[in-house]
Design a protein around this ligand. Structure first.
Ligand SMILES: [Zn+2]
Length: 264
């Protein structure tokens, strides 16, 4: 049987937390069959590091350049403008655009107008440089859906990363051609809306992510820092909720991502 070659739908391998041992982290990932990694972009420093890593790790290292809502929420007007200038220059070399979106969650709920404005400006860029979108939306689904509906369609599609909303909200994103990316939240206590949604969603609507090094899943093998190898444990939890096999979940998630990023 062919050995698996799955893709982690969202992680941050350019993070400082991986600077000392990324090769070992990715070898461990490859050993369990996770051989591709979609990045979430944060700021210009992060994009430069992603470019270096793509050279080392090849075409299944999917780069994504964007201005993360956390970065946007605290940036001054001049830093923000500089960020947009650099994004416009760099975006043609990227596989995807993002992270972009809105975060009105307790820890990052600053400067809502600036977040909304930067979200719209990045969606404008998506029209000039069509790329799949990597969306970060926390506690702001109605606001984000309004913006996406008024500015769409986005024919290159995208993913809603670390989704933890209800089935109804997931369906609204699906109608816009976006994939629902499920991560470690599914392994945690609580998250009842998400746990109810999973059996109702079809596998072609879902992708699976770790968000490494963040969002350590509640799995017995997980340590202090999240790693792409935990994708398998997260998929196992989804599989149990859906009554399918872990391989079914990861094969279809990978197929969805390969289609999105033109890898097949
Ligand atoms: Zn992220």
């Amino acid at each position: 049987m062919k050995s698996p070659s799955w893709i982690d739908a969202h992680c941050h391998l350019a993070s400082d937390k991986f600077k000392d041992d990324l090769s070992q982290v990715l070898e461990r990932s490859q050993q369990v069959g996770v051989t591709g990694w979609v990045q979430g972009g944060v700021d210009p420093v992060d994009w430069d590091r992603q470019k270096e890593l793509k050279i080392l790790w090849g075409k299944r290292f999917i780069t994504s350049f964007g201005l993360h809502p956390w970065w946007v929420a605290t940036a001054s007007a001049s830093v923000l403008n500089q960020g947009f200038k650099q994004l416009e220059e760099s975006l043609p070399q990227s596989d995807a655009l993002g992270e972009l979106g809105l975060d009105f969650g307790q820890k990052h709920d600053f400067n809502r107008p600036q977040q909304a404005d930067a979200f719209k400006r990045q969606l404008e860029l998506a029209k000039r440089y069509p790329k799949p979108l990597i969306l970060h939306i926390v506690k702001a689904h109605p606001e984000a859906l309004d913006i996406l509906k008024s500015m769409g369609p986005f024919p290159k599609g995208g993913i809603v990363h670390s989704f933890s909303g209800s089935y109804e909200i997931a369906q609204d994103y699906s109608k816009l051609g976006l994939l629902i990316s499920v991560g470690g939240a599914i392994t945690q206590d609580g998250y009842f809306g998400l746990k109810k949604a999973i059996p109702l969603l079809s596998l072609p609507q879902i992708v699976v992510e770790t968000d490494s090094p963040d969002q350590v899943p509640k799995l017995k093998e997980a340590g202090e820092r999240n790693e792409p190898k935990h994708l398998v444990g997260i998929a196992e939890t989804i599989a149990r909720l859906k009554g399918v096999t872990t391989q079914d979940v990861l094969d279809q998630s990978t197929r969805n991502l390969e289609k999105l990023f033109g890898l097949i």
